[in-house]
Design a protein around this ligand. Structure first.
Ligand code: SAM
Length: 236
C-alpha cells in the first residue's frame, strides 16, 4: 500500500487500521528509536541540510560520512544495502513510498550490519523539502515506474524536466546521478531532461560508487532477455 501522505512531514493518521497494514504498525512503534534505521513524517522536519550530522549524532554512522547518497525507489533495500556494505565510509538514504518497502529496507540494513543506511518514507517529488541545495553527493534511481502503459499515465512520470532540475539542485558540484531503466523512450526523455538541467553524461568508469548493483527489477528484465539502459551524469 502506497503512503497517502499529502505532505512528506505528515505523520501516520491515528485512524489508520494497523491490522490492514502491519508494516505501518512497525513504522509507528519504531518511533524515536534506532532499533530500525528509518524516518518518516515529523522525523523529517529540520533534516534538510542536516543529514550528515544526523548520521553522526544519531549514532547511525558514528562519524560524519564522507559522502551522502540518496536512492529514489529503494524497494526492499537490496541495492542500497549492497552499496552501503561496499562503502562503509559513505551514508545512504533510501526513499520509497510504501510502508512495507521502507520497513524491509531498514530491516535489511540491520541484518547486513549497515550503520550507514536510513530508510525514508516519502514521495520523491518532495525531496526538495528534506534535502538542502547541494547537500547530496550522489543520487541513484534504478528502474523507476515508467508509467508509459497508457497515455493517461504519462504525466505521472517522476523523472521529467522539472524533477531533473530539482535533482541537479540537490547535488553538490561534481555530484553524480546514476539512472537505469528498461523503458527506452523514458531513457531518451531523461537524457534530454538531464542535459537541460545542466548535468553532463560521463562514462560509468567515473562513478563514485564501485560495483554494478544488479537490482531486483534488472534481474527480472535480464531473465526475460529484455534490454536495459543506464547512464551516469555529473554536475560540473
Ligand atoms: C519498479 S520498482 C524498482 C525497484 C528497484 N529500484 C529495482 O530496480 O529493483 C520502483 C520503486 O519505486 C518506488 N516508487 C514509485 N514512485 C515513487 C516515488 N514517487 N517516490 C519514491 N519511490 C517511488 C516504488 O514503490 C518501487 O519500490
Amino acid at each position: 500500500m502506497a503512503t497517502c501522505q499529502k505532505s512528506i512531514f505528515q505523520d501516520l493518521s491515528p485512524s489508520l487500521d494497523y491490522s490492514v497494514n502491519p508494516y505501518a504498525k512497525v513504522l509507528a512503534s519504531n518511533r524515536g528509536e534506532l532499533s530500525l534505521p528509518l524516518a518518516f513524517g515529523s522525523d523529517l522536519k529540520g533534516k534538510a541540510g542536516q543529514w550528515r550530522s544526523y548520521f553522526e549524532q544519531s549514532g547511525l554512522h558514528g562519524s560524519s560520512p564522507r559522502k551522502l547518497i540518496l536512492e529514489i525507489g529503494c524497494h526492499k533495500g537490496k541495492t542500497i544495502n549492497q552499496m552501503a556494505s561496499n562503502h562503509p565510509d559513505l551514508a545512504f538514504v533510501g526513499m520509497d513510498i510504501t510502508f512495507k518497502r521502507v520497513v524491509l529496507s531498514a530491516r535489511l540494513a540491520v541484518q547486513s550490519q549497515n550503520n550507514n543506511v536510513c530508510a525514508v518514507l516519502g514521495d520523491a517529488r518532495q525531496i526538495d523539502q528534506i534535502f538542502a541545495a547541494e547537500e547530496l553527493d550522489g543520487i541513484v534511481a534504478f528502474f523507476p515506474d515508467p508509467w508509459l502503459k497508457k497515455r493517461s499515465q504519462a504525466n505521472k512520470k517522476l523523472f521529467n524536466d522539472d524533477f531533473l532540475v530539482t535533482l541537479s539542485q540537490r547535488l553538490k558540484p561534481h555530484g553524480q546521478f546514476w539512472f537505469k531503466t528498461d523503458a527506452e523512450a523514458y531513457f531518451a526523455e531523461l537524457k534530454s531532461s538531464a542535459s537541460k538541467a545542466g548535468l553532463v553524461q560521463v562514462d560509468r568508469s567515473q562513478g563514485m560508487l564501485t560495483g554494478d548493483y544488479e537490482t531486483t527489477f534488472e534481474a527480472m528484465f535480464k531473465n526475460q532477455n529484455l534490454p536495459t539502459f543506464e547512464a551516469l551524469w555529473t554536475k560540473f
